[in-house]
Design a protein around this ligand. Structure first.
Ligand code: GAR
Length: 216
């Protein structure tokens, strides 16, 4: 008889709805997440629905508030606290799934090479400012918190989503997966973001399962 696979412990950070977290929780429930197990959900917002999703699935949920985000000392103290709470659950992987705070080396150095991020736009492999789509169209690499609106404002024909390892450079770091999403006539930020999320849900399950298999 085979020994049971070593569980690959995953923490998920959310700031909002947490539909990507839900995709991971659903995959875990149906046995489609390999040996990965969601052991912790963390949010910087008390009202993040992702915390409720965690509790409904019997997963530990932690709210770690950041009171004065612009004060560097407060921010560093918050990152230490966030790292302490997270470390207590000994995660093999931390997934930023709609976590709307930038993490500095204060946090990242505690979990080297263990943090990945979902980004709702296409990012290139080389960290550059442009991305060439599969049909050869060159579009800007959109970074920041408003990239779905930016894609519409710039009139791009295509956008998408990227999952990458997190480095101190914002929305950068080695790409693990990406997928293209066409922008349709009449798209609003809401309709476009919803279609991007549908693709993200599949992609995040694929990436976590793959990393779990490689490291489990
Ligand atoms: C996702 O589209 C994710 O890529 C994006 O937030 C959304 C979260 O959706 N992340 C960022 O913009 C990070 N800068 P969800 O809360 O429904 O999973």
């Amino acid at each position: 008889m085979n020994a049971p696979a070593h569980p690959y412990r995953v923490a998920v950070f959310v700031s909002g709805s947490g539909s990507n977290l839900q995709a991971l929780l659903d995959a875990q429930q149906t046995g489609d997440l390999g040996n990965a197990e969601i052991v912790l959900v963390v949010s910087d917002r008390a009202d993040a629905y992702g915390l409720q999703r965690a509790l409904k699935h019997g997963v530990a949920a932690a709210f770690v508030p950041l009171r004065r985000p612009r004060d560097p000392a407060v921010r560093a103290e918050w990152e230490h606290r966030l790292a302490d709470v997270t470390a207590a659950f000994t995660p093999d992987l931390i997934v930023l799934a709609g976590f709307m705070r930038v993490l500095s080396p204060v946090f990242l150095d505690r979990f080297p090479n263990r943090v990945i991020n979902q980004h709702p736009a296409l990012l290139p492999d080389d960290g550059g400012d442009a991305f060439t789509t599969s049909c050869g169209v060159v579009i800007p690499a959109l970074r920041g918190a408003h990239v779905v609106a930016d894609a519409l404002r710039l009139g791009l024909p295509i956008t998408g989503c990227t999952i990458h390892r997190v480095t101190p450079a914002v929305d950068d770091g080695p790409v693990l997966a990406r997928a293209e999403v066409p922008i349709l006539p009449g798209d609003t930020e809401e309709t476009l973001h919803e279609r991007i999320k549908q693709v993200e849900h599949r992609l995040i399950v694929e990436v976590v399962t793959r990393l779990a298999r490689l490291n489990g």
